[in-house]
Ligand binder design. Structure first.
Ligand code: ZN
Length: 325
């Protein structure tokens, strides 16, 4: 085994970890539960013991380790590896980088979890190392990340690239962020489900209404399945949502002029049924020259993107350090 980067992807329910080589291949991966007790104060200790344990088991020497890259949820100051706030873990003003560095004696780098997923996807997935990338994750919420001139963008205080919280409908549904009508309230799996419920009421003869009566719930997948079977209500939801996504991406693309737009998350499992109409809407709204430079693709790495991107943080810093030497 050559040099190894340790990737850590911290989530609200589990923490994924992996030993990743310098070519981006995962040599070994595992996960532990996120211990949120006492505002997450045991997490650093538990993560490091778990890593040490795996390193010992596999006979990996400390000398072969390049560093630790961490993706964590919430608002992050990546320069200082500092967490301003991660609500679903209970962290507030945590110097995560310093703590990891002290316990591991390894260089430690930190980024927002959505951003590390974008870095991973761009390195080993659908991005093909593009310099200008917009990534949107349509999951329970809507996540996003922007790479400009090869660097992930954090902004002044860690909120850059929060594409899910772009206001799409000022009179829309309430969002988790406390505002109304964010993209997330419409285009997330939850947003699709809400639209499905509304449609079941509006269109009592449709498949969504029948399905809701039978099962008591509607998922994003149901909507795509019924649309494929010709259900008008489901088609309307997909038309509206993909049109809004295409419009949003076209506006973002006017700012960034990306060569890649990557669409991931659970909803992206719908594949072309989702991406084709987004692409059409995008092309109709974007400047012709902007659209001509831009390829839209479905993300490929799934849950491993965060882990691989966290490892990439280590490599990227190593390269930058070497350049400065
Ligand atoms: Zn919001």
């Amino acid at each position: 085994m050559g040099k190894i980067c340790i990737g850590v992807d911290i989530g609200g329910t589990s923490i994924k970890m992996g030993l990743v080589d310098t070519n981006g291949a995962i040599q070994h991966k595992w996960e532990i539960e996120t211990n949120k007790a006492e505002h997450g104060k045991f997490i650093v200790q538990e993560v490091w013991s778990s890593i040490e344990n795996e390193l010992n088991n596999r006979g990996v020497e400390h000398a072969s380790l390049l560093g630790i890259g961490i993706g964590a949820p919430g608002f992050i100051d990546s320069k200082n590896a500092y967490v301003f706030e991660a609500v679903n873990i209970g962290w507030k003003n945590v110097d995560l980088g310093t703590q990891f560095q002290e316990i591991s004696n390894l260089p430690t780098y930190l980024e927002n979890d959505a951003n590390v997923a974008v870095l991973g996807e761009n390195w080993q997935g659908a991005g093909n190392n593009a310099d200008n990338v917009i990534a949107i994750t349509l999951g329970t919420g809507v996540g996003g990340g922007i790479i400009a001139n090869g660097e992930i963008i954090d902004g002044a205080n860690g909120t850059a690239g929060e594409i899910g919280h772009m206001t799409i409908d000022p009179n829309g549904l309430p969002c988790n962020c406390g505002r109304k009508g964010c993209l997330e309230t419409i285009a997330s799996a939850t947003g699709f489900a809400k639209q499905g419920l509304e449609m079941a009421i509006q269109d009592p003869a449709g498949m969504l209404a029948a399905h809701y009566q039978k099962t008591g719930h509607i998922t994003a997948k149901d909507i795509f399945d019924f649309a494929a079977d010709g259900d008008q209500g489901s088609m309307k939801i997909i038309d509206r949502t993909t049109d809004l996504l295409g419009l949003t991406i076209a506006n973002l693309a006017t700012v960034l002029n990306p060569s890649k737009v990557l669409i991931g998350g659970g909803v992206s499992k719908a594949g072309n049924q989702l991406v084709e109409p987004i692409r059409e809407a995008f092309q109709s709204y974007a400047l012709t020259r902007t659209a001509a430079a831009c390829e839209m693709k479905v993300a490929q790495l799934g849950n491993d993107a965060g882990l691989i991107g966290a490892a990439y943080l280590v490599l990227q810093h190593e390269e930058n350090n070497n350049k400065q030497k």
